[in-house]
Design a protein around this ligand. Structure first.
Ligand SMILES: [Zn+2]
Ligand SMILES: [Zn+2]
Length: 358
């Protein structure tokens, strides 16, 4: 019996070696394989376009700190045929493409504030939504200052836009698609929210959060068919999350583990690295995982998802340290967000279906 198994195994190994050799040395076999791979990677997650649900995908859960596993701030929401990207940091487009998410019908970008990790990916989203069929100017909503941000990108990429149109033709790249349409959202004070968009049953509301010296900084709430998601943006612990995020289904809240950043500060200090000062300064305008959990409880949301994770969490132990103390405040319905987390909220139910697009 053992001999038969050994002979069988040897046969499989020989066969695999022959197949490998065929592919390695035969251009036509390589081409056939490439075509199969390409076909498997084109298409998409069209399920997000189903209009009977609110769909939320995280396309960036990192921060300015380099992290091979997390792009900078990015989320995308699909509802009722509308598509909103919430913040657009570096690498967000890479994730959207990798997860095969449609962006041609992009309705607009919602910016919470203008720190680099929330805006550095805008040109990539602009170019690729244009290539995917967007023919009108890209609408970008944000606090006062958004017009300066998009004017800068518009100018910096004006030559590139010209090359694209010249090379592929204006039928493919409609000229208006190269433009930006900034929309200044003016939330007058902390006690007021402002409706940014209300069309086709999709309602987007902006409210103030606390990220001084960045002021104003906004959080956003998106409601559709009785389902809702709230984005905290970057903020320290802020009572406005409970006020304007009241009873939402999902709260996507930023989090910085101050106890871990403190260790980074010590380490850098010890090496005489001047960036210790940055580690010293950043905890005062972000919320800790425990504080975010407190806000989620006050708001009465069904699910809390952490994003904008600081610092990098390279393994399960680091994740455990990051979440230290959270279970004491909120024992369940807490998720550590990751690039590729897709939450589907079907209309007419309380269900939150988690999909992993990685
Ligand atoms: Zn920020
Ligand atoms: Zn940030």
């Amino acid at each position: 019996m053992k001999r038969v198994v050994a002979a069988g195994l040897a046969g499989v190994v020989v066969l695999a070696a022959i197949l490998w050799a065929v592919v390695w040395f035969s251009p036509s076999a390589q081409d056939a394989l490439m075509r199969r791979v390409v076909a498997a990677n084109i298409g998409g997650n069209e399920a997000v376009l189903n209009e009977d649900a609110l769909h939320v995908v995280l396309c960036g859960t990192g921060s300015p700190m380099p992290d091979p596993d997390r792009a900078q701030a990015c989320a995308i929401v699909y509802a009722g045929g509308k598509v909103f990207v919430v913040d657009s940091g570096l690498g967000g487009w890479d994730r959207l493409a990798r997860f095969q998410l449609p962006v041609g019908g992009l309705t607009g970008i919602l910016l919470t504030h203008f720190h680099s990790d929330h805006i550095s990916g805008i040109p990539d989203i602009a170019l690729n939504s244009w290539a995917s069929g967007r023919r009108e100017a890209l609408t970008v909503y944000g606090p006062p200052g958004v017009e300066t941000v998009v004017a800068g990108f518009d100018l910096a990429y004006s030559l590139d836009d010209g090359y694209r149109i010249a090379h592929h033709g204006p039928d493919f790249f409609a000229e208006e698609g190269a433009d930006y349409q900034p929309v200044v959202v003016d939330v007058p004070d902390r006690n007021t929210s402002v409706v940014v968009f209300d069309e086709g049953g999709v309602k987007v509301t902006a409210f103030r959060v606390s990220h001084e010296p960045v002021d104003p900084a906004y959080g956003y709430r998106i409601d559709y068919k009785g389902r809702s998601v709230v984005f905290s943006g970057d903020t320290k612990r802020d009572a406005n999350i409970a006020t304007f995020g009241k009873d939402a289904d999902v709260l996507i809240h930023e989090a910085l583990a101050a106890h871990m950043v403190g260790m980074l500060e010590e380490g850098l200090e010890h090496q005489g690295d001047r960036r210790a000062k940055v580690m010293h300064d950043i905890p005062d305008y972000h919320a800790t995982p425990v504080q975010a959990a407190e806000s989620a409880n006050e708001a009465g949301v069904s699910l809390l998802v952490y994003t904008h994770i600081v610092p990098r969490l390279p393994n399960a132990i680091a994740e455990r340290v990051f979440l230290r103390g959270v279970a004491d405040v909120r024992g369940e319905r807490v998720l550590l967000g990751y690039d590729g987390l897709y939450l589907e909220l079907p209309a007419g139910s309380e269900e939150i279906v988690e999909h992993d697009l990685r």
